[in-house]
Design a protein around this ligand. Structure first.
Ligand code: ZN
Length: 248
């Protein structure tokens, strides 16, 4: 069974639509979203409405920030979260507004299917912990997180896609030929970000999973259109648009 794992959409409608078209083009209907539907980008409502149709969806730290008081965000991210909240509230008490709040408010923090764990951040702290490529040099941290995962964990949050193995190696998608076959060794797979890639490749990123094979997909989208929309919203820093062009 072929499935698609997406994460970190961050209210980027253009990248989400491009990724979903790529997913549909492969005949895939089961889409799992690993969180951060909103924050940073200009189309929170539209993105939530689309993600509601995913088979599995997890809560991300920016989704939680929009629901409750944002904590621990830098000022640009925090302003984006307050603007996002105003967008969700501007639909007032209408049915759509309530549906979106209820949907976000009921999102789980993790999802387990057999040997596969799905989280936004990490097995240790599903909502907030970052596992960056350079963490392979932090043996204690990695061992603790691996110990909490039964076998394979799919995650997002850093916007940096790739595969971590239990022997403390990290491989970026291009080093793997965009494909990795899971083995008996424990693995963490970062599926990358749909709406704000930060690995130097501005194309949207996600993962297709079938028969133990993880395939990283990169999808071009009309990034300048998203950037223009961000420029048009005073509460969204222009930087949030500029970084989409660089994928940083
Ligand atoms: Zn994110």
């Amino acid at each position: 069974m072929k499935r698609a794992f997406i994460s970190d959409i961050h209210s980027n409608l253009e990248s989400l639509e491009a990724v979903l078209a790529d997913i549909r083009g492969q005949g895939i209907t089961d889409v799992y979203c690993l969180g951060d539907i909103v924050g940073y980008g200009p189309n929170p409502r539209e993105c939530i409405d689309i993600i509601m149709n995913c088979k599995v969806c997890l809560l991300g730290n920016h989704d939680q920030g929009a629901l409750f008081d944002p904590e621990g965000f830098n000022s640009g991210a925090e302003r984006a979260i307050f603007w996002t909240r105003s967008q969700l509230e501007s639909t007032g008490g209408g049915l759509d507004g309530h549906r979106r709040w209820d949907f976000l408010g009921e999102l789980p923090r993790n999802h387990q299917e057999g040997e596969l764990l799905f989280v936004h951040g990490s097995a240790r702290n599903p909502l907030n912990e970052y596992v960056f490529p350079e963490d392979i040099y932090n043996q204690r941290k990695m061992e603790k997180i691996f110990a909490l995962s039964q076998k394979h964990a799919f995650q997002g949050h850093t916007h940096v896609p790739g595969v971590f193995t239990e022997d403390l190696r990290f491989s970026a998608p291009d080093e793997l030929g965009y494909e990795y076959r899971l083995t008996d060794r424990k693995t963490m797979i970062n599926v990358g970000s749909v709406g704000q890639p930060r690995d130097g490749d501005p194309r949207a990123c996600y993962v297709v999973f079938e028969d133990d094979i993880v395939r990283f997909r990169r999808v071009e989208y009309p990034v300048e259109r998203t950037i223009e929309k961000i420029y048009d919203v005073p509460d969204l820093d222009n930087f949030l648009g500029d970084r989409l062009r660089d994928g940083r």
